[in-house]
Design a protein around this ligand. Structure first.
Ligand SMILES: [Zn+2]
Length: 121
């Protein structure tokens, strides 16, 4: 694989990883026991204020779904960076063929080539 392209994609992935981590850390805490896992902070439920408590719970619930989405993204990005470190990046996991450059530029964390992707989905 083209070294310059690889470096370029690595940079994009690293940037994405820090963005996702930044977003996660605004409402969640990194789980120190489980790498890559984040925990949304529990709602502070003010006593005697049911309306506010309901708002807090609602916000907590929506944060949890955002958290799951971001965690998934973080996993994809981290595993792509792992593959770069191992030298297996850019190879389709299904057929072992190189993934098209255009596809990697569009989705740097892609694991499969365009052909295999269309078979899966
Ligand atoms: Zn493939």
């Amino acid at each position: 694989m083209d070294k310059e392209l690889l470096l370029q994609l690595k940079e994009v992935l690293e940037k994405e990883r820090s963005l996702v981590e930044q977003e996660l850390s605004s409402f969640a805490k990194k789980d120190t026991k489980l790498p890559g896992d984040w925990d949304t902070q529990h709602p502070r439920v003010p006593e005697g204020n049911e309306e506010e408590a309901a708002d807090e719970v609602e916000e907590y619930e929506s944060n949890i779904s955002v958290e799951q989405e971001l965690e998934l993204k973080l996993k994809e990005v981290t595993s792509a960076l792992d593959r770069i470190a191992k030298g297996t990046y850019g190879t389709c996991e299904k057929c072992g063929e190189p993934i098209q450059k255009e596809r990697l530029l569009a989705i740097p964390s892609a694991r499969t080539c365009e052909r295999c992707m269309s078979i899966i989905s």
